[in-house]
Design a binder for this molecule. Structure first.
Ligand code: SAH
Length: 377
């Protein structure tokens, strides 16, 4: 990795340096599967059924505050709260736009790190976009998160708790015109999910295990997005999960991708696409290709044609993302006619293509805008 001075990868497991370990939060029930919770309550001298009881509160009823778990005797509740329900996310600010259908939450973590999540209501579904790291080490120059660098990996429970909290907001009926039940989770917030591999995979398992072990979402409704960490993509293909993989491609040629997605200097377009097709083969899931449309940078007709040739005949869908503005960026979104021509050429090559909506732009909550600044708009 010496050729990649810009990219930062935090140690992925507790064998990391002591300073990294110290930054991780206390253990929470969402870090553990049900049998792990049973062992943990037994260690506290509590009967094993308490594990199911607290899990039903947390995952089944979306109750995160131990004080509201009133069917537990007070003494047990205090013991269990101290050991398995430490507060992980302190809400700092919530902002809404799109008539309340898009909400961004800013959280402070136990060590002062800041992260953001976004809740999006649609007529037929509710999606939460969650963060997997505080900051990001991947250094993509058009992404606000990438500019500040990596602070640390989030724990499994810090990842899951974002979804559980916002599922509770949705359940309260806060999003008019949308279902009240959270149905979709996308790992498209801050951070590179596959650089925090073990915790992200555990979080996926918690989100998709049936209640009360987990949140009971369909695996098909969970999307993990990556810059293209090839070994981790291949490992994910072997997990026996059927989550959707999204690959942030952004350029069909190595010259440009080396610049836009610096990790391309390590794993080239051909290798990353091979890993994507391997994932599609192993899981039977179509891989999403994300492509931010940047004026005069990656939006030329010849690049559309090259991309079409790379993707034709594959099990894939292209999501074009109009570039969202970020502070200090020298780039703009492609003009609409250029975008339309890009779509036309991809479709002519037989590649399924859509343009993603730009939910949350006004609150700096759209793709690539999450910077977790304590004072923004
Ligand atoms: N690190 C992962 C997860 C982030 S997902 C990944 O890169 O896939 C966020 C998506 O928004 C990625 O596809 C990212 O490349 C894209 N993105 C980043 N900055 C953007 C911007 N300014 N406008 C539009 N999309 C952007």
């Amino acid at each position: 990795m010496t050729s990649l001075p810009l990219i930062q990868i935090a140690p992925d497991d507790p064998t990391g340096s002591p300073s990294r370990r110290a930054a991780m939060p206390p253990r929470h029930l969402a870090d553990l599967d049900l049998s792990g919770r049973q062992a943990a309550v037994a260690e506290l001298g509590e009967p094993a059924f308490r594990a199911r009881q607290i899990s039903t509160h947390y995952f089944g009823r979306l109750v995160r505050d131990p004080a509201r778990m009133t069917d537990l005797p007070a003494a047990s509740r205090d013991r269990i709260a101290a050991e398995l329900l430490p507060p992980l996310l302190t809400p700092v600010r919530e902002v809404a736009t799109d008539d309340g259908a898009t909400r961004k939450a800013l959280w402070r973590l136990h060590d002062g790190s800041l992260v953001e999540s976004v809740l999006m209501g649609y007529p037929d579904r509710v999606t939460v976009c969650i963060s997997s790291q505080a900051g990001c080490g991947m250094a993509c120059p058009f992404c606000a998160t990438g500019q500040a660098g990596l602070t640390r990996n989030l724990s499994t429970a810090e990842i899951v708790d974002q979804a559980v909290y916002l599922a509770g907001v949705a359940a309260s009926g806060a999003i008019a015109g949308s279902p009240s039940r959270l149905s979709h989770v996308v790992f498209m917030g801050m951070g590179e999910p596959l650089a925090n591999y073990a915790r992200v995979v555990a979080a996926v398992r918690r989100l998709t295990a049936p209640a009360p072990e987990g949140l009971g979402l369909s695996q098909r409704h969970v999307t993990v997005s990556t810059v293209g960490l090839v070994p981790a993509m291949r490992r994910l293909a072997d997990e026996g999960l059927s989550v959707t993989l999204a690959l942030s491609l952004h350029a069909p040629d190595d010259d440009l991708r080396d610049e836009l997605v610096p990790v391309n200097q390590r794993w080239k377009v051909a290798e990353v696409l091979d890993a994507a097709w391997h994932y599609a083969e192993c899981t039977g899931r179509r891989v999403s290709i994300e492509y931010a449309m940047i004026r005069d940078v990656n939006d030329q007709p010849w690049r559309a044609d090259l991309l079409g040739r790379l993707l034709a005949g594959r099990s894939t869908h292209v999501n074009l993302i109009p570039l969202n503005p970020t502070p200090g960026s020298r780039w703009d979104a492609s003009p609409k006619p250029v975008e339309r021509e890009f779509v036309r050429r991809l479709r002519a090559a037989g590649v399924s293509t859509t343009v993603r909506d730009t939910r949350g732009r006004e609150i700096d909550g759209a793709c690539g805008q999450l910077a977790a600044a304590a004072v923004t708009r």
